[in-house]
Design a protein around this ligand. Structure first.
Ligand code: GUN
Length: 281
């Protein structure tokens, strides 16, 4: 089974469109998402464009603020503080990576945690790891929604994560623990990655190494989620050798068309959630 992330994301966007319309008739207001892009990073520009397009499509009030790469850190922090106070703005996202002279941690911590649609603020990270209500980072949220499409009950499954990033690996761990999975987190210093993967019922690969996960690394019937997006001479490829792994896996996400579209749909979901929570306060 190939997990069609494009289709699942389109369904989620459709649900959100209805939710936004309902919220509009209830509150006479719609969720607002402000994305800040600093600099000229090409992939970031593409992501931001896609985020804007999808937000508009579901009826979210979308604003993109673009700054040159030499923007002073203070100007960015001041802008965030202003957006924190603006009640038309439900969600704030500062696109990463940021230029080196800007302290990413300061930026993330300046965003009001109740508007943190990325789920990167320490308050949200802490709440998620304590099992409390929080914003959930979009990529792992997307992965977990795709997993649930294949298998409703993940209890007792052994999940092996490749990659320990704040963006995906760490929050993914929390989501899988909530589902009662046994979780192994592997990374660049893991001794025998193949042996770890062979024990997995679920593999989530997010390291940025093209086709790292080979056909003989995967147990028959495993579910494989590929978060990688790697540009190679032969086009975009994931962290999983799709052709080989799809022969042994029960289900696998393609690249492109797997996790990618889900990430954006989940960002819209988080924006709607932030708006709803703010209204019911
Ligand atoms: N850059 C790449 N992925 C992400 C993401 O999920 N959020 C933000 N803010 N920046 C990113």
């Amino acid at each position: 089974m190939i997990i069609d992330g494009k289709k699942v994301a389109a369904e989620l966007r459709e649900e959100l469109k209805k939710k936004v319309a309902d919220l509009k008739s209830t509150y006479n207001a719609v969720p607002g998402l402000t994305v800040i892009l600093v600099g000229e990073d090409i992939p970031s520009k593409i992501y931001v464009k896609n985020k804007e397009k999808s937000a508009i499509e579901v009826g979210i009030n979308s604003e993109v603020i673009r700054y040159p790469a030499n923007l002073e850190e203070k100007a960015l922090l001041d802008k965030i503080k202003e957006l924190n106070k603006n009640n038309k703005v439900s969600g704030i996202l500062v696109q990463l990576p940021l230029p080196k002279h800007i302290d990413k941690r300061k930026v993330i911590e300046t965003i009001d945690h109740e508007k943190d649609v990325d789920g990167f603020h320490p308050m949200n990270v802490g709440n998620l790891s304590s099992g409390y209500d929080s914003s959930i980072p979009c990529t792992p949220l997307g992965c977990s929604l795709l997993l649930k499409k294949v298998e409703k009950n993940l209890s007792g499954k052994h999940a092996v994560l490749i990659g320990r990033s704040n963006l995906n690996g760490k929050p993914m761990t929390q989501l899988l623990l909530k589902e009662n999975c046994t979780v192994t987190i592997t990374h660049s210093k893991t001794k025998d990655l193949k042996a770890e993967c062979l024990r997995a019922d679920i593999i989530i690969a997010a390291v940025g190494i093209p086709k790292l996960v080979k056909g003989d690394w995967v147990k028959k019937g495993a579910i494989v989620i590929d978060v990688g997006i790697n540009k190679t001479d032969s086009g975009l490829v994931g962290d999983v050798d799709f052709d080989a792994v799809s022969k042994v896996a029960k289900a696998i996400t393609p690249v492109p068309g797997g996790v990618g579209p889900m990430t954006i749909a989940c960002l819209l979901n988080n924006t709607v959630e932030c708006f709803s929570k703010a209204q019911s306060k």
